[in-house]
Write a protein that binds this ligand. Structure first.
Ligand code: ADP
Ligand code: 5GP
Length: 205
């Protein structure tokens, strides 16, 4: 019998490298990712339906009214949300699914799915965070300042996460995050159906 899948929430300050880490988790370990919807403009190299479903504010608001999101939020002037359909379908199929979302969204997920695993990716220092954010070259100075201010707010919720993983060396960080997810899957509470299956088989001997 298949266990129900788990939600794996990955958050971190803007520019910390969580997008990079998540891409590696997908390519190296084959994880499934929930593609969020957003009203922000695509960055160079981003494709609709791969990094995000890019939509207008009115399209996004229609989806909110329709009940199409399990959570949504406004982050530095844009909407971001997790579409409900794919997540629920994946969980029912017993798949683990990664949500790469900010802190408010993560808290909403924890309320609805108390078994969700919450991982916060941190930078080794705030100076390295600033350097990464600027080095990415995708936001102007004003937006970078807003994103750093947002990080100050987000820091107050870091202690609500199950695990904090520092992204200093990228390879190491990816390996540690994968280990956390694997260990989480081995928890007794995540294997109730497996245990019952073994007991049933033994009872038939
Ligand atoms: P986020 O998704 O958290 O906003 P990104 O994944 O876009 O961040 O990474 C921000 C920048 O930092 C990118 O230019 C990326 O290549 C770089 N980066 C990611 N991880 C590391 C790391 N461990 N060391 C140095 N630079 C990194
Ligand atoms: P970015 O514009 O850098 O891609 O994302 C900005 C922030 O929005 C990041 O912290 C990212 O994790 C978060 N984010 C992306 N998708 C979602 C989502 O569906 N819901 C929520 N709450 N946050 C999201």
């Amino acid at each position: 019998m298949k266990n129900k899948g788990s939600l794996i929430v990955i958050s971190g300050f803007s520019g910390v490298g969580k997008g990079t880490v998540v891409k590696r988790l997908i390519s190296q370990y084959g994880y499934d990712l929930s593609i969020s919807a957003t009203t922000r403009s695509p960055r160079e190299g981003e494709e609709n339906g791969r990094e995000y479903f890019f939509m207008s504010r009115s399209e996004f608001e229609n989806l909110i009214d329709y009940g199409g999101f399990i959570e949504w939020t406004q982050y530095v002037e844009n909407y971001y949300g997790t579409p409900k359909k794919y997540v629920e379908q994946s969980l029912n199929e017993g798949k683990n699914i990664i949500l790469e979302i900010e802190v408010m969204g993560a808290m909403k997920i924890k309320e609805q799915y108390p078994d969700a695993l919450l991982i916060f990716i941190a930078a080794p220092s705030i100076s390295s965070l600033k350097a990464r954010l600027a080095g990415r070259g995708t936001e102007n100075e004003a937006t970078i300042v807003k994103r750093l201010k947002k990080a100050t707010e987000e820091a107050s919720d870091m202690d609500k996460y199950d695990y904090i993983v520092v992204n200093d060396d990228l390879d190491k960080c990816v390996e540690v995050v994968n280990s956390v997810i694997v260990s989480y899957g081995c928890r007794q509470a995540n294997n109730v159906d497996f245990i019952n299956g073994i007991r049933d088989e033994l009872n038939c001997i």
